[in-house]
Design a binder for this molecule. Structure first.
Ligand code: SF4
Ligand code: SF4
Length: 618
């Protein structure tokens, strides 16, 4: 049995924030869920997906976040407690559905978990998704710890059913990926059978219907605001003339700072957990008696603007600061030391020296630029395309492990803005320049949002080559499935596999080639032919991600390679052209780390001296 199904209320468990969120959903009786994987939210879905194979919970990996929200909305409208899970940029994809779903509402609770990524550990931007609350009119809850996240998920389902509209649970990386002691609660019985009551005047958003629904949404907003003002998730602690307003993980840093600076006696702290609608009544109460207020929040000045607005409405003219040159930045993550320093600075205190942790004796960590893994088939594909076209072509790329093709020596990424953008932008580059364009997209990203761009390109007779890097999984987020994956080897029955080649041909692409990228010569021939074709050509470069292959039941043992010193001319073509992390230098000679090498044999094919050979086994 999955550990998150443990039915012993009161038991304490150490959990990742994402585990706690999944457990909260289980305790709330979630019956239906969908996702597109995205760090820092991915583990929530992994737990729920696994649990769905042990229980009557339905959970799916959808082709993108919009589809995930749509399917979850369908179930919620039928009365089932449902969840859609995504990372912050995924919300942009889901936004079209989100904005009108806010009007239409739901019957069963619908919780949208959206994980923001300040500092962009694994994202293309650090947008602050609290503004989606303002944009859509939907409530937003923000936990400060993992155990609180679990409780908030349950509350979010109740709130959603009370207001009859989706509720957004917004987290940040530090909450998702830190560990917390979490106390288990009761597991509510799952209702897995719903019913749809036809009501076109509520569910069919033609303008005449939507005009009424928008009024309803605004009435609901007032109800939600009243709830936020008295919500226990928004609380004031301490007393004094100094005020600090904070949210999410910053609350923990503020608590530490207040203690370490010895200002508990004179400081009032407002923690905002129900952050949209913004609890302006409670904030006005908090401001009473304060002489100055500091707002501590990662990301944009969302709370700061709201606190200032609440102060203005109340005729309060004290100094309220947050973001600014000498205070907090809108960039990146906060940490305890940064918060302590800025609290000290704002209130004119001298900051105590923090106890430093001695790093003496610890070996220095080697600097490692992000790199494709040893034996990654993407490296072989990039090598072949570069061999054929060099710098003459434009290379739009997409979101996945293969984005790392950006780095030298491969340098195979010229443009990237979002999921699926390689295909649409390739058409733009080709039309605008008349140059050769080779775009790269992963298999999962192809299903996510590459398809519409390809349909358009075929229809408009654009002239470029799309390379679909089909490694049989969604590798970057941790090997989740997508519609092209055969799930039977993993023991999951009942899924069909959608064949990329059939799809591409079905869309009308006339020149389609499937290559095995580890065979360099044949791949290069296929690239030459594809780029000479006038129109849209597609190369499907198919080789399983070796990291994923290792976890499959029929995983084969591979033989690593070594450099035969007597044959090696030490000209370093291997290192300079491939940049595989299995290579290293020792005494100025090229070596292969046999523990890292997975035996893909790509380097053996490019060594002009045939000096790279399989390690002999006894
Ligand atoms: S996880 Fe797989 S696809 Fe990603 S870089 Fe490593 S080998 Fe390549
Ligand atoms: S390409 Fe071959 S000969 Fe040249 S350095 Fe590498 S292993 Fe040695």
């Amino acid at each position: 049995m999955h550990k998150l199904l443990t039915d012993s209320p009161g038991e304490k468990m150490l959990m990742l924030g994402n585990e706690a969120i999944a457990r909260g959903a289980i305790e709330a009786g979630v019956a239906f869920g969908a996702t597109y994987p995205g760090t820092p939210s991915s583990e929530i879905s992994e737990y729920l997906f696994r649990i769905s194979h042990e229980t009557d919970l339905y959970f799916e990996y959808s082709t993108n976040e919009k589809v995930a929200l749509e399917i979850a909305a369908g179930a919620a409208v039928c009365g089932l407690r449902s969840m859609a899970v995504m990372k912050h940029v995924g919300m942009n994809v889901a936004a079209d559905a989100l904005m009108t779903l806010a009007y239409v509402g739901v019957r069963g609770g619908l919780v949208i978990v959206c994980a923001d990524d300040p500092f962009m550990f694994s994202s293309q931007n650090e947008q602050d998704n609290r503004y989606y609350g303002k944009l859509s009119g939907l409530p937003i809850l923000e936990p400060s710890t993992g155990d609180e996240a679990k409780e908030m998920v349950k509350y979010a389902f109740d709130l959603s059913e009370e207001l009859k509209e989706p509720v957004i649970l917004r987290t940040t990386t530090r909450i998702n990926h830190s560990s917390f002691v979490v106390e288990l609660g009761n597991i509510r019985r799952r209702e897995t059978r719903g019913d749809f009551e036809k009501n076109p005047f509520r569910y069919v958003t033609v303008p005449a219907v939507s005009r009424n629904l928008h009024k309803l949404l605004l009435q609901n907003y007032d109800k939600a605001l009243a709830t936020a003002n008295r919500s226990p998730w928004n609380r004031i602690s301490g007393d004094g003339k100094w005020g600090i307003a904070c949210n999410g993980v910053s609350y923990n840093y503020v608590q530490d700072a207040v203690k370490e600076l010895g200002i508990s006696e004179r400081t009032k702290v407002l923690r905002v957990g129900f952050s949209h609608p913004f609890p302006n009544g409670l904030v006005q109460e908090f401001l009473k008696g304060c002489e100055r207020v500091l707002v501590v929040e990662e990301g944009e000045p969302y709370m700061e603007e709201s606190v200032k607005a609440a102060a203005q409405e109340a005729g309060c003219t004290i100094s309220i600061r947050g973001k600014g040159d000498e205070l907090f930045s809108r960039l990146f993550e906060f940490d305890p030391a940064l918060v302590r320093r800025n609290v000290a600075r704002f209130f004119g205190l001298s900051e105590p020296m923090s106890e430093s942790i001695s790093a003496a004796g610890l070996p220095e960590i080697p600097q490692r630029p992000p790199n494709l893994c040893a034996g990654c088939p993407h490296r072989a594909t990039f090598y072949s395309v570069r061999k054929v076209l060099g710098d003459d072509a434009i290379y739009p790329t997409d979101i996945g492990c293969y984005t790392l093709g950006l780095l030298p020596p491969l340098s195979m990424a010229d443009f990237l803005i979002c999921m699926g953008s390689s295909v649409g932008t390739a058409a733009g580059f080709a039309r605008a320049t008349g140059r050769k364009v080779v775009a790269f997209i992963g298999d999962s990203t192809f299903f996510h949002s590459g398809l519409p761009g390809l349909v358009s390109a075929v229809h408009h007779n654009h002239n470029f080559t799309l390379v679909i890097l089909d490694n049989g999984t969604t590798a970057m987020t941790g090997h989740q499935p997508h519609p092209g994956v055969d799930l039977r080897p993993l023991g999951f029955e009942g899924y069909s596999t959608v064949d990329i080649e059939t799809v591409v041909r079905g869309l009308g692409v006339k020149h389609v080639t499937v290559v095995e990228p580890l065979k360099l010569k044949k791949t290069q021939e296929a690239v030459k032919e594809a780029v000479e074709f006038k129109g849209v050509s597609v190369i499907i470069s198919r080789e399983i991600c070796p990291l994923y292959a290792k976890v499959l039941p029929d995983a084969k043992k591979t033989r690593s390679f070594h450099v035969a010193e007597a044959k090696c001319a030490n000209h370093r073509v291997c290192i300079n052209d491939l940049g595989c992390p299995a290579f290293y230098l020792e005494d100025d000679r090229v070596k292969i780390n046999e523990n890292v090498c997975i035996g893909c044999a790509v380097c053996a094919q490019i060594c002009p001296e045939n000096a790279i050979l399989p390690v002999k086994t006894a």
